[in-house]
Design a protein around this ligand. Structure first.
Ligand SMILES: *Cc1c(COP(=O)(O)O)cnc(C)c1O
Length: 421
């Protein structure tokens, strides 16, 4: 594949890691051109909720291609977009009354940040400062990077990134709450956070109590609360939204990955009526100035409308609870392994650290594990030495058992020092 002109995402091509050619997928399985069946244990980067090529979603896409492929989304609308917006307002918290479409997790975050600052500017009481949680990830566009963790991933672009306030991850909840309180009292415009699980930051998990308290502090000071549920939404953490477990409703809600069941790119930013009101006027200067060419693409919306129908008509939360229970059972079998630490789970997501706390060679462990899993036809993509499992909800028992057996054998190899040689 080295003669391919494709420049892959998050890939150091100089390392010449093999790049698999997938020809088809079904459920939790990917089939390669060289005849392998690979278990997709991370839902193709966290998007595939109902499994690959879900028949209902595929049929909805096919049907929409017979009607309308693309439409300018200013001055015109189409039934799939209206259906998605109605469907979302029906199942999401009732205070989130407005639906703005975009194309990816990063862009729905950008939209939320712009809406938050627009809210304050349009009300004539400008507030500028954004507050974020350490180790967060909100996407790879400039604004989304600015509100995310800084590090090797974005050091080269630091001159483009704007300054934000940072509160610590709540390993000590009171320290987080105190820092947030100080930022809000100083007049922060908005606080953006991933509820319950910080995904790309290493599947770091925190409890609903501190989430509820963070929400209350923001409400008290008028600081807008932006919930980035791009990863945690659509059942991942055991409930439709992670925020439900804390009984919170944000001012702005970002949704993408599972919005189409993982079939096509689409995102929404849902906003409260107050944020809509701040932009609603006969004054053109108060318009929410944002668009992208493919905003609310009809085919992507048809997939999202079908995803919403699946949520309404099928026992998705039961499947989620069943997967969560199976994940818990498998996770328990790894407890006490000498090369595994910090076993944790939130809903359908499990995570753990491989290797000893003190091992300096670990910097190379992530790529070594990636290759180890790939050679065994299991798609797992560790974040550093954090191994996590986030499968499609339809994954079968045998496949899930294989995933954990492979993790165990990798941990055995780590314990035996096989990766340090
Ligand atoms: C993946 C992710 C994003 C970015 O989504 P893209 O579709 O990759 O742009 C934003 N926020 C969170 C929490 C994510 O996990």
């Amino acid at each position: 594949m080295s003669d391919s002109p494709v420049w892959h995402a998050f890939t150091q091509h100089g390392l010449n890691e093999p790049i698999g050619l997938v020809t088809h997928g079904e459920g939790a399985a990917l089939h390669t051109a060289d005849g392998r069946r690979v278990i997709d244990a991370i839902s193709s980067w966290w998007v595939t909720t109902h499994g690959h090529r879900n028949p209902r979603v595929m049929a909805a896409i096919r049907a929409q291609t017979e009607k309308l492929d693309q439409l300018i989304f200013a001055g015109w609308t189409h039934e799939p977009a209206e259906e998605v917006a109605r469907g979302l307002t029906a199942i999401m918290p009732p205070d989130l009354t407005r639906v703005f479409f975009s194309d990816s997790g990063s862009t729905c975050v950008e939209v939320a940040l712009k809406m938050a600052l627009g809210y304050w500017a349009n009300r004539g009481e400008p507030r500028h400062r954004l507050v974020v949680m350490e180790h967060s990830y909100h996407g790879d566009t400039i604004g989304a990077m600015s509100v995310g963790a800084r590090g090797v991933f974005n050091a080269a672009y630091a001159p483009l990134l704007f300054d934000v306030g940072r509160v610590p991850f709540p390993s000590d909840p009171q320290a987080t709450l105190d820092a947030l309180e100080a930022e809000c009292r100083a007049g922060a415009a908005a606080f953006i956070v991933e509820p319950l699980v910080l995904g790309a930051g290493g599947m770091m998990m925190y409890g609903p109590l501190v989430l509820a308290e963070m929400r209350a502090i923001c409400a008290h000071h008028g600081t807008l609360f932006i919930a980035d549920e791009v990863m945690t939404g659509w059942g991942r953490t055991g409930s439709l939204l992670a925020g439900e477990q804390a009984g919170i409703v944000p001012d702005l809600l970002c949704l993408s990955k599972g919005l189409t069941g993982g079939a096509l790119p689409l995102a929404v930013t849902m906003a409260s009526e107050a944020i809509w009101d701040a932009h609603y006027s006969t004054d053109r200067a108060l318009t929410f100035f944002h668009s992208s060419s493919y905003t609310a693409n009809p085919i992507a919306c048809a997939a999202a409308a079908e995803n919403l129908a699946i949520w309404r008509e099928e026992p998705v939360l039961e499947r989620v609870a069943d997967l969560a229970a199976r994940q818990e059972r498998h996770l328990a079998t790894l407890a006490g392994h000498p090369a595994i630490r910090d076993l944790r789970r939130c809903g359908t997501i499990t995570a753990m650290e491989l290797g000893g706390e003190d091992a300096a060679y670990l910097s190379g462990l992530g790529p070594a594990l990636l290759g180890y899993f790939r050679d065994r036809d299991v798609l797992l993509r560790p974040l550093g030495n954090t191994v996590y499992v986030m499968p499609p909800y339809c994954i079968g028992d045998d496949d899930l058992a294989t995933v954990y057996a492979t993790i165990r054998s990798a941990a055995d190899a780590v314990a035996a020092g096989d990766f340090s040689r």
